[in-house]
Design a protein around this ligand. Structure first.
Ligand code: ADE
Length: 305
């Protein structure tokens, strides 16, 4: 069904407490860009009870975004109001009242996306690039810590009955202290709001992170998030490589149905790989929960201490 064209944010009671004066927000450089949206670095004065100026990330639509993308930003705004966990990105405020395009003000993650951090850390290992920014080579312990933090954030979302639907290293941010923050809630849905699953706003589906049942039937559950988490673990282990190298997305589903799975990367222990493989069980209910996975990574961390 066509969505009505929205000209302003549709306000629900309670949104007002997030409203931030536009004149106390200064925008700076672009941090990230998608087809219809972008994230800019910004500086906010006296936001969310914080004294002085806070560096923030500001999410907005680009020119040419349609009402579907608009609704995705609105739903991200509404969803972020409900979440609070150390491993989930936090909403700080929003500018929705001014005549300009609506802005979401979110916590700034100084290391950017986990994928970009992993890829940058490769260069440090071989070329000795500047360490001063706190970027350091990712070792096994760090990888396990990242996986464990992501499990804890995802377990929190699961308990709120939220399905992320786009969990991938590109959608996890790395904040000060190397803390993983699950981000990008544009596609996240309440599991009870099932009609919203059927068609994505953009037809750019993240095929290589999707569970077989999502590829075949557009079914998204916390168990399909667990599948995506398995792919994310593979990204961690390979320091941000692109999954299923050499495999065309349109061939993936039938390949998975024959039982094919990505093999154990050379630097990955059998113990870690066996956990990752459980995430890729064909039967969704055979996959572990994020709670169980968090406990497994905690154990693996203990063994690697
Ligand atoms: N890129 C996208 N979102 C970001 C954020 N919150 N902090 C830093 N970089 C980002």
């Amino acid at each position: 069904p066509l969505m009505p064209l929205q000209t302003g944010f549709k306000f629900e009671s309670g949104d007002a407490k997030w409203e931030f004066p536009r004149d106390q927000l200064r925008l700076d450089t672009v941090l990230g860009e998608g087809e219809f949206g972008q994230v800019l670095k910004g500086y906010a004065t006296h936001i969310a009870g914080l004294p002085g100026v806070t560096t923030v990330a500001v999410k907005m639509l680009k020119k040419g975004a349609n009402s579907v993308e608009y609704m995705a930003l609105l739903s991200e705004f509404q969803l972020l109001q409900e979440v609070s966990h150390p491993n989930v990105i936090k909403l700080l405020g929003a500018c929705t009242l001014s005549s300009e395009a609506p802005l979401l003000i979110i916590e700034y993650a100084r290391y950017g996306s986990l994928r970009s951090y992993l890829r940058l850390s490769r260069k440090i290992e071989c070329a000795g690039v500047d360490f001063s920014d706190g970027v350091e080579p990712v070792n096994v312990k760090m990888m396990l810590t990242f996986a464990w933090q992501i499990c804890k954030g995802m377990n929190y979302l699961t308990e709120l009955k939220l399905v992320h639907r786009d969990l991938a290293a590109r959608n996890v941010l790395l904040a000060d202290g190397k803390i993983c923050k699950i981000s990008d809630f544009g596609l996240t849905r309440d599991v009870y709001e099932d009609d919203a699953y059927l068609k994505r706003s953009r037809d750019r589906v993240p095929v290589k992170w999707m569970a077989p049942e999502s590829l075949a039937d557009h079914v998204y559950t916390s168990k399909s998030d667990v599948w995506a988490f398995g792919v994310l673990c593979w990204e961690l282990i390979t320091l941000g490589a692109s999954p299923y190298p050499g495999i065309a997305p349109q061939n993936l589903w039938s390949l998975l149905k024959t039982g094919y799975r990505m093999e154990r990367p050379e630097n990955c222990s059998e113990a870690v790989y066996s956990v990752v493989r459980t995430c890729w069980a064909d039967e969704p209910n055979a996959r572990p929960s994020f709670k169980y996975l968090a406990a497994e990574f905690e154990k693996l961390l203990g063994n690697n201490a």
